[in-house]
Design a binder for this molecule. Structure first.
Ligand code: MRU
Length: 351
């Protein structure tokens, strides 16, 4: 399995996603500031991977702390959480992971510092393992929605590289393929960062899953030609009403899917569902550096001084979403009720 990120004795090791697919290299972070930097710089990206990276960053920061008292350690801990919490605003998994580490820290406050350090490392490692298990469960459930044969379109990379392993949307595709379904994946290239053509294509080819890369503006024509039987994407945040924030361009795909009568599925772990955000209009959308749009491989592609927009995500209204696959079950509209039901810890059914 691809090791997207990993806790090691020497620090937190990340596969460098800015270099794939041409170079398979790794970045080792030995302090939390470096972890914040690799999240911001998209060495690691994808909502679940960002969350676990932050948890490991917190564990690393606490491990490195020179605090001699509980009070000093708490001050360091808050500072670490604050820095990591300011890296990327849209993926709610980041805040979910920080909150989980904060809750863990609170239960440990009276313990010796060495024990707190050890327990936070264990908690971050547990989150890593749980993420892989959630993706495998999501894959098993989501595979039932995939066609026995045909084209499946995905946008961005919601794969092993966006998680701790196996993937969400690509986990669904992987599971369907492992069950013998004859799936051909169409991967949107995903301008401007090219997660589809660089990352999705790379990891699916490694698994021998038939894949064709298309530029983002081809998807409508492919649907019209009958080449796409289903669409499955990931999510950075799912609001309480089922509106879905995901990579910019997802909304376009969802609207086109509706026009062509193609099911549009979202696969995401429970940690991506944010019941505190009532609808998509309240989801903060990250604006990234215009240079990602103006330049390709270091080469300027636009006239100097032209206006540029670079929102990293868009919001797909719930009415375009056929179903949301989580590790606990498949939610369908109306999502206010079905998502709330799934969030109850004992749930594991189709709702
Ligand atoms: O900007 P990125 O590459 O972090 O955006 C990633 C996506 O939009 C993914 O689809 C989403 O995070 C789900 S990953 C399982």
């Amino acid at each position: 399995m691809i090791q997207t990120l990993e806790w090691t004795d020497k620090g937190v090791r990340f596969i460098d996603q800015t270099k794939l697919p041409m170079e398979e290299t790794y970045v080792n972070c030995t302090n939390y500031e470096q972890v914040a930097e690799v999240i911001r710089g998209m060495v690691v990206r994808g909502a679940p991977a960002i969350g676990v990276a932050a948890a490991m960053g917190i564990a690393l920061g606490v491990q490195n702390s020179k605090a001699q008292s509980g009070g000093d350690l708490k001050r360091d801990f808050d500072q670490i959480c604050d820095v990591l919490g300011k890296t990327r605003p849209t993926a709610v998994n980041l805040f979910w992971a920080i909150r989980r580490m904060q809750d863990k820290f609170e239960t440990l406050r009276v313990r010796p510092i060495a024990q707190i350090q050890r327990s936070l490392i264990e908690e971050a490692k547990r989150m890593h393992a749980e993420d892989i298990a959630a993706n495998q469960a999501m894959g098993r459930l989501g595979a039932t929605l995939m066609p026995a044969s045909g084209g499946v379109l995905t946008h961005c990379n919601a794969g092993a590289l966006a998680t701790c392993g196996y993937g969400t949307a690509l986990g669904v595709i992987r599971a369907a393929f492992e069950q013998g379904k004859k799936i051909h994946v169409y991967a949107d290239e995903t301008r401007p960062f090219l997660q589809g053509s660089r990352l999705t294509a790379w990891e699916l080819m490694k698994d021998g899953i038939p894949t064709t890369v298309i530029s983002d503006n081809m998807s409508g024509a492919m649907m019209r030609q009958g080449k796409i039987q289903a669409i499955v994407v990931g999510a950075d945040r799912i609001a309480a009403n089922g509106d879905v924030a995901n990579k910019i361009g997802t909304y376009t795909v969802a609207v086109l899917a509706k026009e062509h009568g193609i099911p549009f599925y979202v696969a995401a772990p429970i940690s991506t569902v944010d019941l505190e955000t009532p609808d998509g209009s309240k989801i903060p959308i990250e604006q990234r550096n215009p240079r990602e749009v103006t330049h390709i491989a270091g080469q300027q592609m636009v006239p100097e001084g032209v206006g540029i927009e670079n929102p990293a995500f868009d919001v797909t209204p719930a009415k375009y979403v056929t179903a949301i696959v989580t590790e606990r079950g498949i939610a369908r509209a109306p999502y206010e009720g079905s998502l709330k039901k799934l969030m109850a810890p004992e749930t594991s059914v189709e709702v």
